[in-house]
Ligand binder design. Structure first.
Ligand code: SF4
Ligand code: SF4
Length: 250
């Protein structure tokens, strides 16, 4: 059956869109001010490594915890400076550009994932989003969705964010064993998702890797590859809290 979308929201599909963002445009960095930006686990991993700080230091300095769409799990937002701009905005532009968050990469697109298509895997849809102040839409350069995703380095981000969305869906079921929000189980899940340096210490202390069946190669990657550790964390959370996990206990 053909997917239906709300009136006024048509996915781009193979259609192109006009857009170009560059340093000479009058609105350059306007979008980095008064911005409301959700940060996902992979965003935090990339940003804290770019800055050379620990995940705990990053959370303390740059993150605000709010109640978002999921009533059973906190949402993390970028904490703006006193003059309401992104803390990574420098005079010359973005100082974390190579590791900028998903939202900065995605604009002017918005991604929606259909998790229950009639057949096959989850399906991505992209919509155009327009901010009145953004002059990039008036540039005469045509972009296609696939090219934009590749050019913005979004393939890896989309992949990791899709894994995170599966975990967030588990959290939507209030899986905290009667503790409610803020209990030990939710705190543990928060640590796994957002404080990877502490999670690494936890893995070592509780010999977690030895507790599950995995190949030598998987074990080796879990020694020092933080992306693999985050993926392992997502699988662990699904294993513990009722998702469809690939982990098998020994
Ligand atoms: S063109 Fe749009 S995205 Fe680029 S700097 Fe201006 S406001 Fe930001
Ligand atoms: S991370 Fe960079 S691109 Fe994104 S809002 Fe901050 S300064 Fe702008």
């Amino acid at each position: 059956m053909e997917k239906q979308f709300p009136v006024g929201m048509e996915p781009l599909g193979k259609d192109t869109f006009s857009f170009r963002c560059h340093e000479q445009i009058d609105c350059f960095t306007r979008c980095c001010k008064q911005v409301e930006m959700i940060l996902y686990p992979y965003d935090i991993l990339r940003l804290k490594n770019n800055l050379g700080v620990t995940s705990a230091e990053f959370l303390a300095e740059y993150v605000q915890i709010v109640q978002g769409d999921n009533p059973y799990f906190p949402t993390l937002m970028m904490r703006l400076t006193e003059d309401e701009q992104c803390p990574f905005l420098a005079e010359t532009g973005c100082r974390v550009y190579t590791d900028r968050p998903s939202a900065c990469r995605m604009y002017p697109l918005e991604r929606a994932v259909d998790r229950n298509p009639d057949r096959g895997n989850a399906q991505d849809y992209y919509f155009i989003k327009i901010h009145d102040y953004c002059m990039g839409h008036g540039e005469r350069v045509k972009q296609g969705v696939d090219g934009w995703i590749r050019a913005q380095g979004l393939l890896r981000y989309n992949y990791m964010n899709s894994l995170w969305a599966e975990v967030d869906t588990v959290f939507l079921q209030n899986p905290w064993r009667g503790e409610g929000a803020g209990g030990d189980n939710q705190k543990f899940a928060f640590m796994v998702c957002f404080d990877i340096d502490m999670f690494k210490r936890y893995i070592a202390e509780y010999k977690l890797i030895q507790s599950f069946r995995m190949s030598k190669d998987e074990k080796r990657r879990l020694q020092d590859d933080e992306e693999e550790i985050l993926k392992f964390g997502f699988e662990l959370l699904k294993f513990l809290y009722g998702g469809n996990s690939r982990l098998l206990k020994k």
